[in-house]
Design a protein around this ligand. Structure first.
Ligand SMILES: [Zn+2]
Length: 64
């Protein structure tokens, strides 16, 4: 849906990094390497990026 503002486990702010991450992964960079560059080192935070499916635009169509 929408990337969580903070890591659910450790509370580190993550949402400001999502756009950069998405851009670089769409440019065919390795997701793991991008996360290393962005300073996302802990597994609890990395899994949020790696498992996230960005559906907010699809869902927003149905907003009244
Ligand atoms: Zn975390």
């Amino acid at each position: 849906m929408m990337i969580p503002i903070r890591c659910i486990t450790c509370g580190k702010p993550l949402a400001h990094l999502w756009e950069k991450y998405k851009e670089r992964v769409e440019a065919n960079e390795q997701p793991g390497k991008v996360l290393d560059d962005l300073g996302i080192k802990d597994m609890c935070c990395r899994v949020i990026f790696l498992s996230h499916v960005d559906l907010i635009k699809n869902v927003a169509k149905y907003k009244k």
